[in-house]
Design a binder for this molecule. Structure first.
Ligand SMILES: Nc1ncnc2c1ncn2[C@@H]1O[C@H](COP(=O)(O)OP(=O)(O)OP(=O)(O)O)[C@@H](O)[C@H]1O
Ligand SMILES: [Mg+2]
Length: 335
């Protein structure tokens, strides 16, 4: 169900559980549809667009519902009302992660080519959905980081204790994930057509064990400069190919391959019930397209709902092109 959401026509429809193609010209609403579909995962746009931009021009709110989760957003009060199975959960956290999806799209290359912030975000969203206590640690950490620079007297060590405790938890969780997924990441790179040696490295600015001591040691300098120099907000997830950083030395295609592998890892980590390909085959060469299509076919076989949005169906490699075909025209979804 969608109402007042971007250019999508208000409607109530159900996409096939076994997945489908969404064929529609540029600007007709494919990305918006995916955005609406996955909004209930973490209650924001997967592109990171602010809620007010999702409200259809001239409307004062939107309503989206998919699976068990529905959300109403009121632009005037900027409030969100979330319901799970028709009832409001006590805390928003209880509703997070009931919808589990991943999106693959060409723009993901930024995960690889941009600075560490994007990769931290990638880890944070994924771990928030899968690691108990991660969201709470992250939000306490962020608050403490702000307070550390405004604190006076006895407050300071107290905030630093929060930083150390939550920071340690965050660094450790990220480290565990990378340890657990580095091999799979390599396999997926290879599956998409990478021939070089692909590696995933967690590079914390300081080890979890050293965080508390380092904060204390660098306190004076940090407070002078107005920012905290170590901690999970300075970590990186390094992507290497043949021992060199992809961000600096990778070709466009190599970077794109790594980004796809990261998204596929994400989909598997989440146990995503829905995987959306937003024009994901664009810009891939024929071989990599074919290989990605084979991976996607594997997902369909495992019962994942694959939603593949494309401007032209002719661009799709088989067997993805044999998914049932839906259309979207001026925001209207049709079978
Ligand atoms: N808040 C809004 N209210 C109404 N229309 C909007 C809003 N935000 C964006 N649009 C319009 O929605 C349309 C659909 O955008 P969307 O990104 O979903 O298209 P798309 O089908 O994914 O196109 P492409 O193939 O180019 O990626 C665009 O024409 C855009 O101008
Ligand atoms: Mg789009």
């Amino acid at each position: 169900l969608v109402r007042g959401f971007r250019n999508l026509t208000d409607a109530d429809f159900e996409l096939p559980p076994a997945g489908c193609l969404i064929v529609g010209s540029n600007g007709h609403g494919k990305t918006s549809l995916i955005e609406a579909l996955l909004y209930g995962e973490v209650f924001r746009s997967f592109r990171g667009a602010p809620d007010r931009e999702l409200v259809r021009w001239g409307e004062d709110g939107f309503h989206v519902a998919a699976d068990r989760v529905s959300t109403g957003y009121d632009a005037r009060t900027r409030r969100k009302r979330v319901k799970v199975d028709g009832a409001e959960p006590r805390r928003l956290a209880e509703a997070i992660g009931l919808v589990r999806g991943a999106v693959l799209r060409p723009g993901d290359v930024e995960l690889v080519s941009a600075g560490p912030r994007r990769r931290r975000q990638y880890l944070d969203v994924m771990l928030s959905l899968t690691e108990p206590g991660y969201v709470a640690a992250l939000s306490r950490y962020r608050r403490a980081l702000k307070h550390r620079h405004q604190a006076e007297g006895a407050e300071l060590p107290a905030w630093e204790r929060v930083l150390a405790e939550c920071g340690r938890q965050i660094i450790a969780a990220r480290g565990r994930w990378v340890e657990g997924w580095r091999q799979r990441y390599g396999q997926l790179c290879e599956a998409v057509g990478e021939t070089g040696r692909a590696e995933l490295i967690h590079e914390p600015s300081v080890s979890a064990d050293m965080l508390a001591a380092t904060l204390e040691r660098t306190r004076e300098r940090d407070l002078e400069r107005g920012r905290t120099g170590v901690g999970p907000h300075r970590d990186d997830l390094k992507l290497m190919l043949n021992g060199r950083e992809l961000r600096a030395y990778g070709s466009a295609g190599q970077q794109r391959t790594a980004a796809l592998a990261l998204r596929l890892c994400e989909a598997e980590t989440l146990g995503a019930g829905t995987v959306c390909l937003d024009d994901a085959f664009a810009e891939l060469d024929a071989e990599r397209s074919r290989r990605l299509a084979a991976l996607v076919d594997g997902m369909v076989e495992r019962g994942v709902q694959v939603i593949a949005a494309v401007p032209k169906q002719s661009e799709l490699p088989s067997p993805v092109d044999s998914l049932p075909r839906w259309r979207i025209e001026h925001g209207q979804v049709r079978r």
